[in-house]
Design a protein around this ligand. Structure first.
Ligand SMILES: Nc1nc2c(ncn2[C@@H]2O[C@H](COP(=O)(O)OP(=O)(O)O)[C@@H](O)[C@H]2O)c(=O)[nH]1
Ligand SMILES: [Mg+2]
Ligand SMILES: [Zn+2]
Length: 303
């Protein structure tokens, strides 16, 4: 039987199958191959054999279509890849137009991570009800210009919620963004029976608890289905390590001019004959994004 891993914890995997949710362990043969935590992660498509009404065994993990991974230094100077979600179709980057303030540098960071993982990014500009429509547009116009989809939403007025629902239908989506921007409220608006706790209710009770929360995929009951990943690990996104010479490619509007610099190891910082710098001067690449690139590059280069 085919299934999808919704949750993984301490060697147990909760797998959604046509016969319902099964609590599974890995077959011995699979376990020997690598560490259990690497073999199956949320989002993985697996082959399971049912052993009782509520239990099964994972026989095989199918090849991953995509992966959202964190790279960490491993042994002997090698990179170790820590996959957080398999088979995600897109990452929703949720920001508020205000309360909390919008920080474009943070958005640039997220966009680098999604590009590096070769995942589609969708920007959600939430709480549009709190600002002038023109102000909201002005905050995110740059990102629309460089080709990212931006969805303007409000949980208060319902603006953009139907569109968000369409975006989620039939896909595996990772939802991320800092606390308070409205992620839980948006998902509750899309599907009221989720009943996710929102800040007023949760912050006092669950303070500091998010670090121990188990990552999981939440099934959506809308036509077409779909899943959203609630992954606490995404919070540490800023710490992800990306090779410094691959950073330029992660700024998607730089891509058309890459390879045209005078030096093929150009860092696009101070070198003469830099095509990226020239594109910035001509207004083809926005200066804000170029500044973000320089900051992140310096950060990666220093350590
Ligand atoms: N005015 C307004 N407030 C919102 C909106 N979305 C969420 N909020 C409020 O913002 C706060 C944080 O929302 P929550 O969903 O818990 O954010 P999360 O931490 O990202 O999951 C709550 O007080 C929500 O009621 C919105 O579109 N407009
Ligand atoms: Mg929340
Ligand atoms: Zn250059």
């Amino acid at each position: 039987m085919r299934g999808t891993v919704l949750r993984a914890q301490s060697g147990f995997f909760w797998v959604q199958t046509e016969n319902g949710l099964l609590e599974c362990r890995l077959r011995g043969r699979l376990k020997k191959e690598r560490q259990a935590t690497d073999i199956a992660v949320i989002g993985d498509a697996v082959e399971v054999v049912q052993v009782s009404p509520e239990q099964g065994a994972i026989e095989a993990v199918l090849p991953r279509q995509t992966r959202l991974a964190r790279r960490a230094a491993g042994t002997k100077g090698l990179w170790k890849e820590d996959v957080l979600v398999a088979n995600a179709d897109q990452v929703l980057l949720v920001f508020a137009c205000t309360a909390p303030d919008f920080h474009p540098r943070m958005l640039d960071r997220y966009l680098v991570i999604t590009a590096f993982n070769e995942l589609d990014a969708v920007i959600i500009a939430n709480k549009v009800d709190l600002v002038d429509p023109e102000r909201a547009r002005a905050l995110f116009a740059l990102y629309e210009r460089i080709g990212y989809p931006v969805l303007y939403t409000s949980v208060k007025t319902g603006q953009g919620i139907a569109e968000l629902r369409d975006r989620l239908a039939g896909r595996i989506s990772v939802v991320t963004g800092k606390s308070g921007v409205g992620k839980s409220s948006l998902l509750n608006a899309v599907q009221p029976d989720l009943g996710l706790a929102t800040s007023e209710v949760s912050s006092a009770i669950h303070k500091g608890r998010h670090t121990t929360t188990v990552a999981e995929l939440i099934p959506l009951s809308m036509p077409g289905g779909g899943y959203v990943a609630d992954t606490p690990g995404i919070r540490e996104i800023g710490l992800w390590r990306i090779p410094e010479d691959e950073l330029d490619w992660c700024f998607q509007e730089f891509q058309p001019v890459l390879g045209q610099c005078e030096f093929n190891n150009c860092t696009h910082d101070h070198e003469p004959g830099c095509a990226v710098h020239a594109a910035v001067k001509q207004g083809i690449i926005p200066c804000e994004r170029y500044e973000s690139y320089l900051k992140l590059h310096a950060e990666l280069a220093s350590g």
